[in-house]
Design a protein around this ligand. Structure first.
Ligand code: ADP
Ligand code: MG
Length: 353
């Protein structure tokens, strides 16, 4: 439902809307601040912020970024097909039918996802598609018709869970093929693809010479450099899961880092007065209510996306241990009662005001 609205909006509004504001009301003195927005990629709103001498320069930077993100969006799409394009949906449709030749960007994402599976000891598993598909269907039906919202039966989930083995995903980087050995398995790259794509697109922009830019794809934030040549950081607000609250959970000083949050408020449905969100614990096959949100700050946006999902499926102590083992990475947990827990170095990254 939300997806349909977004897609309809995307058709109307896939152009880039740019706005500018003048620093301190002065004109023609150095770079001006610009913002751009577009909708549709990764089914969400993308916002880009930066400084440029003029609108044309900024538009060119944003267009380059948008073009790259669009390529990743299509390749990593599990819901839609595109003419003459082999994407992850195609790979899923070929499960059990032998190797499929794919774009190198798909090979790279899948190799990255295998690493993520190892790093998180299976808490983030892109081969969980058979299970997440069931939840996706029940959630969509529950959102469309709340009165008849239901939970999937455990037997149904357990049968699907038999078809979620990562080692049945075969990747041949030399031949450029992937194969789903199990005909009933299916890839769901929703926990990784957006962050991974933002990271790759940001690196490509850096290679084109972009020095300062703030990119947010549906709240998956990646800062290229600092805000300016003086090294002043970007300020990235972490959304409060309580919509009624008008403050952020924290404001992160961002200089060449990513800030990524997973939250129960993003996608959920209600059954019998209880809320069920979109991150599935592979151990219980259910969404667990450990946290309202988890935010990660780390340079690589792909890793940030992996970890924000992984921590949802880990108890606080296990999560702290994982974060502590990865250099330059901090986390913020928002607990069910709204209280906050920070990793050891998190406070050093935030602005107190
Ligand atoms: P968002 O999509 O809001 O950025 P996440 O990065 O946390 O949120 O990814 C959640 C999505 O990942 C779900 O919508 C689902 O498609 C998929 N998913 C859910 N549970 C898992 C899991 N344990 N491992 C891998 N993918 C998952
Ligand atoms: Mg994620």
């Amino acid at each position: 439902m939300k997806r349909n609205i977004l897609l309809a909006a995307a058709l109307l509004l896939s152009l880039i809307l740019v706005t500018a504001c003048l620093p301190g009301g002065k004109q023609n003195q150095g770079p001006r601040k610009f913002e751009a927005e577009f909708i549709g990629l990764f089914d969400t709103l993308t916002r880009v912020m930066g400084y440029a001498e003029n609108e044309e320069d900024f538009k060119a930077v944003v267009q380059g970024l948008k073009d790259d993100l669009e390529v990743y969006h299509r390749l990593y799409d599990i819901y839609d097909s595109y003419p003459d394009l082999v994407n992850i949906k195609t790979v899923n449709s070929m499960a059990g039918q032998g190797p499929v030749a794919v774009d190198r960007k798909i090979i790279d994402l899948l190799l990255y996802s295998k690493d993520a599976y190892q790093l998180t000891e299976g808490r983030v598993n892109i081969a969980l598609g058979a299970v997440t598909k069931i939840w996706h269907r029940y959630r969509s039906e529950g959102v469309d018709d709340p009165a008849s919202a239901r939970l999937p039966k455990m037997e149904l989930l357990e049968e699907a869970a038999l078809h979620t083995r990562m080692d049945n995903l075969l990747i041949d980087p030399v031949k450029g093929t992937v194969e789903l050995k199990d005909p009933k398995m299916s890839l769901d790259v929703g926990a990784i693809a957006k962050g991974y794509a933002v990271e790759q697109a940001a690196r490509a922009a850096e290679e084109r010479g972009v020095k300062h830019l703030l990119i947010s794809v549906g709240g998956n934030v990646r800062a290229i450099g600092a805000r300016n040549d003086q090294g002043e950081p970007w300020r990235v607000g972490i959304e409060n899961p309580d919509y009624a609250a008008d403050d952020y959970l924290a404001i992160v000083k961002a200089d060449a880092v990513s800030v990524v949050t997973s939250g129960v408020y993003e996608r959920f449905y209600m059954v019998g007065g209880k809320s069920y969100h979109h991150i599935i614990d592979p151990d219980t096959l259910f969404p667990e209510n450990r946290y309202l949100s988890v935010s990660i700050v780390t340079p690589d946006s792909g890793l940030a996306d992996v970890l924000s999902t992984a921590l949802f499926n880990l108890d606080l102590e296990e999560g702290k241990k994982l974060i502590g083992s990865i250099e330059g990475t901090e986390a913020l947990w928002c607990m069910p009662d709204g209280s906050l827990v920070e990793s050891d170095g998190f406070a050093d990254l935030t602005i107190l005001d």
